[in-house]
Ligand binder design. Structure first.
Ligand code: SAM
Length: 243
């Protein structure tokens, strides 16, 4: 698949999804603060991809030095206006070294299901560059494929202000790719659509890929909590260190 579809990350529809979950950024920041205390890390974080900066914002407010990278110019410009005391760069997480050079961070975060947009080889490249950009810890948070298969309806409506959104999803079992088709309505009128797909991972698959990338998991948890991950949890959060 060409990269043409990544224009969705510039769209109002996608941006609105990120705004809807802004408040959750504070919960993430609280939890990340606990990670930093537990592993005695410097308060300097690389947030990649950072989106509109919903996690960076709350970290910066706690005195963290934050650097955010995202491929979307629109997301980065929103992050810049949301957080004055951070550094935000438009860039591709498949080529982190080209963006940050040899700079290293105690903590690198890749959260809110931000892998699987490209091929598995690309995900491996991303994980390798996350490994290269950390001195100590990488946090990866992904939706759990097994939960999604058994729990997500094939069709549903959600409200992503100001849009009512119809979603139709199809899971392709041969590739573990979730194909997502969305229609957006405003005042009962259809105003647009968004089509994309994402590779989902089971816990054993992502752990195998981490191993290939030279990352050693230390803890596997459920979302932004300290609960040990179990197979039917919606999200898996892996705290890893370079092997
Ligand atoms: C689900 S959002 C998560 C953003 C952020 N981590 C958060 O929790 O709000 C995924 C983000 O990945 C970005 N993205 C997609 N492909 C990328 C790439 N190759 N390099 C950098 N960012 C990318 C999108 O622009 C989007 O902002």
């Amino acid at each position: 698949m060409s990269d043409e579809w990544i224009k969705i990350f510039e769209s109002d529809f996608y941006v609105r999804e990120m705004i809807k979950v802004w408040d959750e950024g504070e919960k993430w920041a609280n939890w990340i603060d606990e990670v930093v205390s537990k592993y005695k890390l410097e308060k300097k974080v690389l947030d990649i991809p950072c989106g509109i900066g919903r996690v960076s914002y709350f970290l910066a407010n706690r005195g963290y030095k934050v650097t955010g990278i995202d491929i979307s110019e629109r997301m980065i410009s929103m992050a810049r206006s949301n957080i004055q005391n951070g550094k935000f760069i438009v860039g591709d997480m498949r080529k982190i070294k080209e963006i940050i050079g040899n700079e290293k961070y105690d903590l690198v975060i890749n959260i809110y299901n931000s892998l699987g947009y490209y091929s598995e080889e690309d995900d491996l490249k991303i994980l390798e560059s996350l490994r290269d950009s950390t001195r100590k810890i990488v946090v990866i948070n992904l939706d759990n494929r097994d939960y999604i298969i058994y729990n997500r309806p094939n069709e549903y409506y959600t409200y992503i202000p100001p849009y009512l959104v119809y979603s139709k999803v199809e899971f392709e079992q041969e590739t573990s790719r979730l194909k997502i088709y969305r229609k957006y309505y405003l005042n009962d009128k259809e105003v647009g659509e968004m089509i994309y797909e994402q590779r989902l991972y089971s816990i054993h698959e992502i752990l195998a890929l981490l191993k290939k990338a030279g990352l050693q998991p230390i803890e596997v948890l459920s979302g932004y909590s300290w609960k040990k991950f179990s197979i039917m949890d919606p999200e898996m959060t892996i705290i890893a260190t370079p092997a």
